[in-house]
Design a protein around this ligand. Structure first.
Ligand code: GAL
Length: 673
């Protein structure tokens, strides 16, 4: 098998990628030449073109005009700007919905969603499929040998869901494939409950608006199907592109922890993992949330470099109140992505739109033009990235893994559970935070990952766990690894049926503990807890009645009905000294207490952070031989460093300590004598 092209294909000879979405169809051609000149001056070397150009490329069915796009690609090529050419299928032209209304998506209450915005297609519509693949074929054959073409961008931010009859038919076909016969499906969906038994495949519909709680097993399969249906469409486009250009990598842009689509199954189908990420400037947890998202992208990319496809230079337009980014902020965020494994830092979009839904979205060239502080900062950033080219391709080594699974996320967050306050991504972030604060690098991995290379594996929540994955977690801790498992894990199987017996049934042995009741706590009453040494801490929202079965109680509940019962347990899971341990956290500890649990697990695992003594707000991460320090705090910070190093951003030599102003970054490479 020949190796697929990837990020290395893009960065070879170009260094780090810098650029953004370019929508020249919104501008007269005179502006294009100016754009090219400005791009050169800013060091732009990659632009994404054509994402929303279907109507311009094909103004009526089968009437196509590529001549303007020819000129755009030629212009980019002449100016040394590589093109990430998009298939325009995320936003079909009005003629598609007008002539073939069945291509328009239907929501769960049966209403059709119309054109006039974007994303209006049914993933299972044969007409949409045919029309999309036809424009993709034309695009691929026309530009296959264009020298500016460097990357294919399939669609945009896949996530469409449709409940129409064509989707229902596709859902049934998917279910037949999964279950074979109706008896098996009825059993998997537990249809003896509420008289839901299906006697004919034709009776099965997507989970549409219903009077009360819909069958959770049905909904779980529906989510799996929706992700798969989109993936099938993506694959069909990708295969056409690969046929024409086997040496050109293919990507589609992800959206971080985006619920509708199981990115573990998608990433394997891409040559380059790319992400769109828009931290909320007012969110105090944004730096950690962003780091977590980047670590997820690196995990999706199998540890290889990935591409930050879209971010904003300042405010977006789609939140109710759009805070701008203070000067220095987008640079800090860009360098954060670089530090966490991105080899390309791109933006939405190059030039701010004058019209349309996103006319108030920040860009690399704002409405006020190039003589602005914002564009000056864009240029300066482009320039400094050239000096960081040697970082491209280098890995971000991590000894800690965090397990995250889409199916478990879907299954957990259904209606009708003990509490809707326990969410998969909140749990993930709360366990990630203390690792991030300590400068410990983390790989986010699926439950099926090979865990053997990690010293610590954290499972913040795995509500749904299959037997094989549970056995792998068990074997991991038995084999000497340190395992931390958060509450309400190991509860259901792949069909979302509760595993009976004491919980978490499939992890009970390795954890040396088991429980019998989940007990959500009142919102306004802190849960009192006590470490084995006597010091108090609080937890919130969630408690469990758990008993030790070989594990030691590291902390117990200190009030209410559960007083004296274990809250945090540690089980020496391995066979001898120095071997693994397994931790179970039967509540939601306050951040400092969770930090203490993580610190102890890190000590068990013998893992230290990138640097001891990190001041709050300072992020530390090693990529290759470079130590990145990023100050997200509002105050200047002094960081002690252990070796003499050169800051790749300024050329300054640091010795003993570095001082970082707010939003400052240093990229320290050990100083060669
Ligand atoms: C992304 C999208 C872009 C643009 C951007 C605005 O979701 O891919 O086309 O809409 O957001 O932030």
């Amino acid at each position: 098998m020949t190796a697929r092209p990837g990020m290395h294909t893009l960065t070879a000879g170009r260094g780090l990628l810098f650029g953004g979405d370019y929508n020249p169809e919104q501008w007269p051609e005179e502006v294009w030449a100016q754009d090219a000149e400005l791009m050169r001056a800013a060091g732009v070397n990659l632009v994404t073109v054509g994402v929303f150009s279907w109507a311009r490329l094909e103004p009526e069915p089968d009437v196509r005009d590529f001549t303007w796009l020819d000129r755009v690609l030629d212009l980019m090529g002449e100016n040394g700007v590589a093109v990430d050419l998009a298939t325009p299928t995320a936003s079909p032209p009005p003629w598609l919905g007008h002539r073939w209304p069945q291509t328009l998506p239907v929501d769960e209450s049966g209403h059709r969603l119309w054109y006039g915005s974007r994303n209006q297609f049914c993933p299972s519509s044969p007409v949409y499929r045919e029309r999309a693949l036809s424009i993709v074929s034309a695009l691929a054959s026309r530009y296959a040998s264009h020298p500016a073409l460097a990357l294919w961008h399939v669609g945009n931010e896949y996530g469409q869901v449709c409940h129409c009859d064509e989707s229902a038919a596709a859902f049934r076909a998917w279910l037949r494939e999964r279950y074979g016969d109706l008896g098996t499906l009825n059993e998997a969906w537990g249809t003896t409950f509420w008289s839901q038994r299906y006697d004919d495949w034709a009776e099965i519909v997507p989970p549409r608006l219903a009077p009360y709680i819909v069958n959770p097993s049905q909904r779980l399969d529906w989510r799996r199907f929706c992700s798969d249906a989109l993936l099938e469409h993506y694959r069909a486009e990708r295969d056409i592109l690969r046929e024409h250009t086997p040496g050109t990598p293919v990507t589609t842009n992800f959206m971080g922890l985006f619920k509708p689509v199981d990115y573990w199954s998608w990433a394997a189908e891409e040559d380059v993992v790319s992400n769109d990420w828009y931290p909320e400037p007012g969110d105090p947890l944004a730096p950690a949330r962003t780091a977590l998202t980047h670590d997820l992208m690196r995990g999706l990319a199998g540890g290889r470099p990935w591409l930050l496809m879209e971010q904003a230079t300042s405010a977006v337009n789609w939140r109710p109140h759009n805070l701008p980014k203070p000067p220095g902020q987008f640079r800090l965020e860009s360098l954060q992505a670089l530090a966490r494994g991105a080899d390309g830092l791109c933006y939405f979009q190059w030039r701010a739109s004058r019209f349309g839904a996103e006319r108030f979205h920040a860009a690399m060239v704002p409405h006020a033009g190039q003589d602005t502080r914002l564009h000056a900062a864009v240029r300066a950033h482009g320039r400094e990235l050239r000096g960081l080219a040697s970082v491209a391709g280098t890995p971000v080594p991590a000894r800690v893994a965090m397990v995250f699974d889409w199916a478990s996320w879907w299954a957990l967050e259904e209606r009708g559970r003990p509490s809707d306050r326990l969410n998969a991504t909140d749990q993930l972030l709360s366990y990630y935070l203390p690792l991030w604060e300590r400068g410990v690098s983390v790989d986010v991995v699926p439950p099926s990952a090979d865990l053997s290379g990690y010293a610590l594996v954290v499972v913040p929540n795995l509500f749904l766990v299959g037997d094989r994955d549970a056995a792998a977690l068990t074997a991991y801790a038995r084999g000497g690894g340190v395992l931390v498992v958060g509450p309400f894990s190991g509860v259901v199987d792949e069909r979302s049926h509760v595993r009976t017996g004491r919980f978490p049934a499939p992890l009970r042995e390795v954890l040396g503990a088991s429980g019998e009741e989940w007990l959500p706590a009142p919102d306004d009453v802190p849960v009192r807890c006590r470490w084995a040494g006597g010091a108090a801490f609080t937890a919130h929202t969630w408690t469990e009645l758990v008993a030790a079965e070989g594990a030691e109680a590291v902390a117990e509940f200190a009030g209410g009905d559960l007083a004296g019962s274990p809250a945090v347990l540690r089980h020496p899971a391995g066979a001898g000294p120095g071997s693994g341990s397994a931790w179970y956290v039967a509540t939601m500890p306050e951040p400092a207490a969770l930090g203490e649990i993580i610190a102890r697990a890190l000590a068990d695992a013998g893992v230290a952070g990138a640097l001891p003594g990190l001041p709050p707000g300072v992020e530390a991460v090693r990529r290759g031989d470079v130590l990145f320090l990023l100050n997200h705090g509002a105050e200047s910070a002094v960081v002690p460093i252990t070796e003499q190093a050169e800051d790749l951003l300024t050329g300054a030599v640091a010795d003993g300590e570095v001082t970082l102003a707010p939003r400052d970054v240093v990229a320290l490479r050990p100083h060669a004598e």
